[in-house]
Design a binder for this molecule. Structure first.
Ligand SMILES: C[S@@+](CC[C@H](N)C(=O)[O-])C[C@H]1O[C@@H](n2cnc3c(N)ncnc32)[C@H](O)[C@@H]1O
Ligand code: SF4
Length: 417
């Protein structure tokens, strides 16, 4: 693990204690009193597997997928039924894999969730471009979906070839998006691919908005150690230039920067399953973040089934936070939105942000990473780049290691990060 991430962790948590994920779990989850709770559902099936993709997924099989959805519904009732009444939640996101492969059962999953939760901010689904057809979008809209995010990656043939993705039917997509409207239509792109220039990214952003998107996500390419990808990684200075140029361009278009890598035509069009104070995750590899713990479900579809069959939660690992660890976790994900509200921090932890991290905030301002505007710490463009750069380290030092192990072992004894 990189010395940088370890040193930062020790500094910010004021402790040598690592993040220790152990093979143990609570069968009862303490979410009843959590404010700002989000829901996430993982569908781990795809028609084709992309070599660069780090997520938990396997090749689609109708029977396996159907039996998985049965298990998923049982997990929802196992968790949701733990507290009487209906808990108010923010949003619900379906991710994968390719959740649209279970489109005919999304209504059933949503209705199981609605037995326990009241969803107040809409329902989002990740789509593969092949899913963007009129009948499929209609199925989603009827199920109550209000936001979609489409994994375009690039509209250009040369980058599609590098990524091993096939061509897109833009006319079919445009027609489907015109015929079945959604509150948010987001498109995902991967940037920092070999030979990619600002004009290429700009053309992608222009094409996205022309096709009907009102939100774009531009993710930097990350080379996970356990994937089969052979795509070379772009050098840091070149990546920074690209990120700065495309940020400036999106801002010129009048977009709001809703997070480090996402831009929305309007604030209402935000699409993010990541920036919630607490969330409950259902399905293989789904994570749950509560006030005092973080847990991650098993990556194995087979072992997921076995646990559910026994009436037990499919948790693989649990991290029990120290207070400072929870604060760091909170700040890391809140900073992803490019803004930190001291009042929200104080409400969450019952102590002022200034008291806990006054020196770090002062330093961030001095170094030009953040500015305090109307009581809110807002990341500057420089700060956003360094966050992005650190996030890359974090992903390789923490997520790559953890997911790499969890893909091999359904229930590892422990993982120390
Ligand atoms: C689960 S996928 C999206 C839905 C759908 N399965 C698809 O591929 O179109 C989520 C997004 O993660 C991003 N992604 C996947 N692998 C990545 C990598 N190695 N580096 C950066 N972004 C990646 C892609 O932009 C992708 O659209
Ligand atoms: S990028 Fe999307 S389609 Fe490709 S393997 Fe990952 S989840 Fe599946």
């Amino acid at each position: 693990m990189s010395i940088l991430t370890t040193a930062t962790r020790m500094w910010l948590t004021r402790s040598f204690r690592p993040f220790l994920f152990q093979n143990e779990y609570d069968n009862r989850l303490d979410f009843a009193d959590c404010d700002s709770l989000g829901l996430y559902v993982h569908i781990p099936f795809c028609m084709h597997i992309c070599a660069f993709c780090p997520y938990c997924k396997q090749v689609y099989d109708k029977q396996v997928c159907n039996s998985y959805i049965d298990d998923l519904i049982r997990e929802i009732h196992l968790v949701g039924g733990q507290h009487p009444g209906k808990k108010q939640v923010t949003s619900l996101y379906f991710g994968g894999g390719t959740p649209a492969l279970a489109a005919d059962r999304l209504a059933e999953i949503i209705s199981a969730l609605r037995e326990h939760f009241i969803i107040t901010e809409g329902i989002g689904v990740e789509l593969h471009p092949e899913n963007v057809t009129v009948p499929l979008l209609r199925t989603l809209a009827h199920a109550g979906v209000t936001k979609i995010s489409i994994g375009i990656q690039s509209f250009q043939k040369k980058f599609q070839t590098i990524l091993g993705r096939t061509g897109l039917d833009e006319a079919c997509m445009a027609n489907a998006l015109r015929t079945v409207p959604f509150e948010t239509v987001s498109m995902d792109f991967i940037f920092a691919l070999p030979g990619q220039r600002f004009k290429d990214l700009k053309a992608d952003v222009d094409a996205a908005f022309a096709l009907g998107a009102n939100h774009v996500a531009l993710y930097p390419f990350i080379d996970f150690s356990y994937t089969d990808s052979s795509i070379p990684v772009m050098e840091k200075a070149e990546k920074r230039k690209l990120l700065d140029q495309i940020t400036e361009y999106c801002e010129q278009l009048g977009c709001v920067r809703t997070s480090i890598w996402t831009f929305a035509r309007t604030q209402q069009a935000a699409y993010s399953s990541m920036t919630r104070d607490n969330f409950l995750g259902f399905g293989c590899s789904a994570t749950t973040l509560l006030r005092e713990q973080f847990k991650i479900n098993t990556f194995s579809v087979e072992q997921y089934h076995n646990r559910i069959e026994q009436g037990k939660l499919p948790t693989s690992l649990t991290l029990r936070f120290t207070k400072r660890q929870r604060m760091v976790y909170y700040l890391f994900w809140t900073a992803y939105s490019t803004r930190i509200h001291p009042a929200d921090f104080e409400q969450f932890f019952g102590v002022s942000l200034r008291r806990m991290y006054g020196f770090e905030l002062w330093l961030a301002e001095r170094l030009g990473f953040a500015k305090k505007q109307n009581g809110v710490y807002t990341m500057t463009r420089k700060g956003a780049f360094y966050y992005h750069h650190y996030e890359n380290y974090y992903t390789l030092a923490y997520i790559d290691k953890m997911w790499g192990i969890l893909r091999q072992e359904a229930f590892p004894r422990y993982i120390r990060l």
